[in-house]
Design a protein around this ligand. Structure first.
Ligand code: SF4
Ligand code: SF4
Length: 250
């Protein structure tokens, strides 16, 4: 059996090869200490030693959106389906190495109801920081990524570290927030946001087949090396809002 440091190194290299470029390992202890009783890894997967937190950057605004599956009226997210695919690859890697994996539910249940957000677990192991928008901000994608998780009994070395909050005086997400949910002092009014995103007329693009929610906090955040195309904003009300924000004429 491989030593923990060798297995960790190989798993990270494998993840990179699978285009899982947001990847971190948390020990179960930290999650056990903060999650809801009955929904902790120790309750759900007693032999698990680590929880992998991994993400996919969103390629464009529509990959954040929800696509109609044409059957039961259900929508699925394109980025989520990419993540599901990556999860299977990680599970196969662990299985070949002689270990089990657990959880990884995509649509509720299990650790998703632990009361802990994956973004906060990611922050606690140095994958990024929680911005004023309450989103995980990473060096590569800013807030434009989705996260997923997988628990395993493999002996892996947990990540540690801290990325300092770099929001500074920026108030872009607060200014463009359509519900007033982002208070700017670190407080995030989740219900207020939900009231807007569950209201179809407020969705950015809404057809029978595709809809994307407000997501101005994703679109407008200046952080992240990989930005969605600026061209998308040109000639639209995004551009007008930006001009108003800068005190220019429409
Ligand atoms: S999705 Fe829209 S309403 Fe919700 S926090 Fe982001 S900007 Fe505000
Ligand atoms: S838009 Fe500005 S304030 Fe909001 S999360 Fe991004 S960097 Fe922070």
């Amino acid at each position: 059996m491989k030593a923990a440091n060798q297995l960790t190194k190989e798993l990270k290299a494998f993840a990179q090869k699978q285009e899982i470029d947001i990847f971190g390992i948390s020990g179960v202890e930290i999650i056990n200490a903060h999650a809801r009783k009955g929904r902790r890894p120790m309750d759900l997967y007693p032999s698990a030693k680590s929880v992998l937190i991994f993400g996919c950057g969103m390629a464009d605004p529509f990959s954040r959106g929800w696509v109609y599956n044409g059957k039961g009226g259900a929508y699925f997210s394109l980025t989520s389906s990419e993540l599901e695919n990556r999860k299977w690859k990680l599970m196969a890697f662990l299985r070949k190495a002689g270990y089990q994996s657990f959880g990884g539910e995509m649509h509720g249940g299990g650790m998703l109801e632990s009361g802990l957000r994956m973004a906060n677990i990611a922050e606690s192991i140095g994958m990024g920081y929680i911005g004023k928008s309450n989103l995980l901000i990473t060096d590569k994608y800013g807030p434009r990524q989705n996260l997923h998780f997988l628990a395993t009994d493999a002996p892996l070395l947990p990540d540690t570290g801290k990325v300092e909050n770099q929001c500074g005086n920026c108030r872009v997400c607060q200014t463009f927030c359509t519900s007033g949910a982002i208070m700017g002092d670190g407080y995030f009014h989740a219900r207020q946001c939900e009231a807007v995103i569950n209201c179809s007329p407020n969705k950015m693009h809404h057809t029978r087949y595709v809809n994307t929610d407000c997501d101005m906090c994703l679109r407008m955040c200046p952080k992240g090396k990989l930005q969605w195309e600026k061209e998308e904003r040109q000639g639209t009300w995004f551009e007008k809002l930006e001009k108003v924000n800068k005190g220019e004429d429409k």
